[in-house]
Design a protein around this ligand. Structure first.
Ligand code: SAH
Length: 228
């Protein structure tokens, strides 16, 4: 998969993309992530990328031309499945959305800043808009990093244990069961006996029951979707 990220602040991605699972995915060649600085596509003498909003009001708006030129120059070389604008009023990022995106070949993620981007970009060049939650961030960069992480970890060969992503919360509309590791007794705080029993069937049953119980307690809204 190739993910092209359009941003005014490419350095913001340095941390998240150079560690852990995203780094491994890049090193293995499972994903190619290319950062494009929108400022490089500004024709202005001062490489201007924002301007005052028509009609007045607070804040600056990202100008149409640098963004359009950047998207169009990428499209000349690559066919994109989706051109996604990270936006607080977009479709909410869920595990289902991440699953669907993870099978695509090429996507663009456009990160806004300031008051957002000129609406005409959204009307003419964007195919999908995704929000990571009902709150407003200063820019789309952190949102794009969250989306990239959620999507890339689902791709075959990224996680060590192939089944690991499948057993995460939300994959089957259930919350994950609790997990434990050694020691089995810490200050008298014990690991449930069944997990030490070696009885795979009982363990699977326990895990499923805990998942359903946890979901009922914490996210009863998910149970309707799961058919419980
Ligand atoms: N004025 C806009 C918010 C702009 S925030 C509004 O009220 O809707 C600046 C940029 O941050 C946006 O262009 C978007 O790319 C990004 N952003 C902010 N919150 C986000 C969220 N919850 N999910 C995804 N992107 C977000």
């Amino acid at each position: 998969m190739q993910i092209d990220i359009l941003t005014l602040f490419p350095d913001l991605f340095e941390g998240p993309f150079s560690q852990s699972i995203l780094k491994r995915a890049k090193d293995k060649g499972v994903v190619t992530i290319c950062l494009h600085n929108i400022r490089d596509y500004s024709k202005g003498k001062h490489r201007t990328v924002d301007d005052y909003p028509f009609g007045g009001g607070a804040g600056m708006v990202m100008m149409i031309e640098p963004v359009a030129r950047c998207i169009e120059s990428l499209k000349e070389k690559t066919n994109y499945d989706e051109v996604i604008y990270m936006s607080p009023d977009g479709e909410l990022l869920t595990q289902k959305v991440a699953n669907r995106l993870s099978v695509l070949k090429n996507i663009i993620l456009l990160c806004g800043h300031y008051k957002g981007i000129d609406e005409r970009i959204r009307e003419h060049l964007i195919t999908r808009e995704i929000s990571i939650g009902n709150y407003v961030l200063s820019g789309g960069e952190l949102a794009a990093a969250v989306l990239t992480d959620a999507v890339v970890r689902l791709m075959p060969g990224v996680l060590n244990d192939e089944t690991s992503a499948l057993s995460d919360s939300f994959q089957d509309d259930l919350i994950s069961p609790p997990v434990y590791t050694r020691p089995s007794d810490f200050r008298g705080w014990k690991v449930p006996d069944v997990l030490l029993s070696g009885n795979d069937k009982e363990i699977a049953k326990w895990k499923h029951e805990r998942s359903v119980e946890r979901t009922r307690q914490r996210r009863p809204d998910l149970l309707d979707d799961a058919g419980f």
